[in-house]
Design a protein around this ligand. Structure first.
Ligand code: G4P
Length: 306
């Protein structure tokens, strides 16, 4: 996208440009297939473990998955808590509790959550386990289906539970990976490939999913995405943006695209002739956000969804 085109668009239009174009395909055919398999398999499990991203718990809740799991007991696990603002994550836990849903927040990468998760599953399924015991059923294996959006950390989560590299963790959202069963202690886990949904309820959700990398970057315009990200962080964590990129209060007053150009100059990302290399800078900015280089950022607050 050329600079002049960008300047003629307002932020909302920029965001729409990103994900509402007909030629952008963030919902490939295999995702629809996965949703169908989920609908079938949910009948065979005791509980569904729904992995959310702690930075965007609302946007990472897939309505198509919710629809398909019906009344099955479910556990919400907010993964990547190490990347999210801890104050906001605590508020999200309260939010879920108030809605009678219950959730926990974990960091799968450090792999010390096994007991917490097993206790949560036992609590969720206590009635079922009691019923099984009273009927003399010896086999107390719990069957769980694990679902979530691409890149939410399902493979890492399973590896941390299993204490070994069972499934290959990869940062390639949308890559087809068939369903597979993994046994961890008395838990039989059905790992499903990550899925999105065909129509986003609003533009914020689409942008949030793109910011964290669940929509593949190569179907988006990376500069537009970075400009949207600057807009968002400027609103909710201006100090972090200023600190990371050595920006002044006045710098933040500028148009978001100009802020991107400013960051380019500060990082020496220039093309021959001194023109800002905005594409390279945009990739760097998105990568740094995803790796939490600016600090721990939560893009959604529960009070906006009360
Ligand atoms: P998926 O199966 O749901 O697609 O996700 P996957 O486990 O492949 O994880 C996607 C990326 O998220 C990986 O990063 C992984 O390390 C990271 N990740 C997963 N859980 C957590 C967490 O709780 N905290 C943090 N900070 N990161 C997490 P990657 O860059 O692709 O791989 P790597 O270089 O870290 O190995």
């Amino acid at each position: 996208m050329k600079r002049r085109d960008k300047e003629s668009l307002e932020f909302d239009e920029l965001a729409s440009y990103n994900v509402n174009r007909k030629d952008i395909q963030w919902f490939p055919g295999h995702m629809m297939k996965t949703l169908r398999i989920m609908e079938k398999e949910v009948k065979n499990v005791d509980v569904v473990i729904i992995l959310l991203d702690a930075r965007i718990p609302y946007s990472s809740m897939n309505p198509e998955i919710e629809k398909r799991i019906g009344n099955k007991p479910r556990i919400y696990i907010m993964n990547k808590r190490d990347l999210a603002d801890p104050r906001i994550t605590d508020k999200w836990i309260q939010y879920f509790k108030k809605k009678g849903m219950g959730a926990i927040a974990i960091d799968s990468k450090n792999g010390r959550n096994t007991k917490l998760i097993q206790n949560r599953i036992s609590r969720e399924l206590s009635d079922l386990m009691r019923r099984r015991q009273s009927r003399g059923i010896e086999n107390m294996t719990v069957k769980a289906m694990m679902v979530g959006i691409p890149n939410v950390g399902k493979s890492t989560f399973i590896n941390s539970l299993a204490g070994t590299q069972r499934a290959k963790a990869q940062d390639r959202p949308g890559v087809t990976r068939g369903k597979q069963w993994v046994t961890v202690g008395n838990l039989d886990l059905l790992d499903m490939p990550g899925v999105l949904w065909p129509k986003f309820e609003n533009q914020n959700i689409a942008s949030n999913l793109a910011f964290i990398g669940s929509i593949k970057d190569d179907v988006l315009d990376i500069e537009t995405l970075a400009v949207s990200l600057i807009d968002e962080i400027k609103k909710i964590y201006p100090e972090l943006l200023k600190e990371r990129y050595k920006l002044s209060e006045d710098d933040l007053e500028a148009d978001n695209y100009d802020i991107l150009c400013n960051i380019c100059r500060k990082r020496g990302m220039l093309l021959p002739g001194g023109v800002e290399n905005t594409e390279r800078c945009a990739i760097m900015l998105c990568d740094e956000f995803r790796a939490s280089k600016m600090g721990r950022i939560s893009l959604e607050r529960p009070e906006d969804y009360e």
